[in-house]
Ligand binder design. Structure first.
Ligand code: SAM
Length: 265
């Protein structure tokens, strides 16, 4: 996969030289290129922004500079998928990461100030290009660089060969099971008086799997009830249904509903 990032702070992306993504770059699994937006300015001051039409606070990033930069970076590649981090975008989830990980070429446009002139996204969409305006959460950052780091790490670790043991991607939070991951433990078996659950030492695979599934259901019900409500009933066995009932959720007619008054709202 090739990923181009365009930013006014290329140094911000230096973290992508570290850890698994850094290794993926070195080994050629990920062709990651970081570009300075100011390289496409034409004035002496290397200006990338101007005052907003209609008035108001702050500055807006100029479409002409972005257009030159993105045309150059996309380099005529019709499959280049433009990703624009913005707090007003669709919320980026593991599903977006999975989908983006199947692409051959992503171009991430990092905004600053009040963001990028809205005509930029419209222009590339109208030209038939895939454009995703994505938010990494309901808060406002100063720039798109941190969001780009988040998305590139989430996408990059899904590329074959990036995470050493692909099994470790299978049971993760937000994976196909639609649950948060169960709690995990390692040595020593007793730390500061805290023991690990006996079942994890039993060597009994089926019991361990059931214990983990129950903890995942409990944790998800407590922390992310929206994920319980979104579970596919077809994926639940009778033990899951019993566990969910214990947790205050009723599985019926293909839907999962909270039992009124069963748990503290
Ligand atoms: N005025 C914009 C608004 O209210 O929607 C916020 C602009 S923000 C200060 C500047 C840049 O930070 C954005 O263009 C975007 O690139 C990035 N950014 C801020 N919050 C973000 C978020 N939650 N997700 C993704 N990108 C974000």
């Amino acid at each position: 996969m090739r990923i181009d990032v365009v930013t006014v702070f290329p140094d911000y992306l230096a973290a992508l030289d570290l850890s698994l993504i850094g290794k993926a770059r070195q080994s050629g699994l990920l062709d990651l290129r970081v570009h300075d937006l100011r390289d496409w300015t034409t004035d002496r001051h290397r200006t990338v922004d101007d005052t907003p039409f209609g008035g108001g606070a702050g500055m807006v990033m100029r479409p002409d500079v972005w257009g030159s930069a993105l045309d150059a970076v996309l380099d005529g590649d019709p499959d280049g998928h433009l990703v624009i981090p913005t707090p007003s975008g669709e919320v980026f989830t593991q599903r977006h990461a999975e989908s983006l990980a199947t692409e051959g070429h992503l171009v991430v446009a990092c905004g600053r100030y009040e963001g990028i002139d809205a005509r930029v996204a419209d222009h590339y969409r109208a030209a038939g290009r895939r454009v995703s305006e994505l938010s990494i959460g309901d808060y406002v950052l100063n720039g798109g660089e941190v969001a780009a780091l988040v998305m590139i790490e989430a996408v990059g670790r899904l590329l074959p060969g990036v995470v050493g043991n692909p099994e470790s991607l299978v049971e993760e939070s937000h994976g196909a099971a639609g649950l948060l991951e169960y709690p995990v433990f390692t040595k020593p078996p007793v730390w500061d008086g805290h023991e690990i659950p006996d079942v994890l030492l039993s060597g009994h695979h089926a019991k361990i799997a059931r214990w983990r599934r129950d903890r995942a259901l409990e944790r998800t019900a407590a922390r992310r009830p929206d994920m319980i409500a979104a579970l596919d009933v077809e994926d639940l066995d009778k033990h899951d249904v019993a566990k969910l009932a214990e947790l205050g959720w009723h599985v019926t007619d293909g839907t999962i509903l909270r039992i009124p008054g069963a748990v503290a709202d």
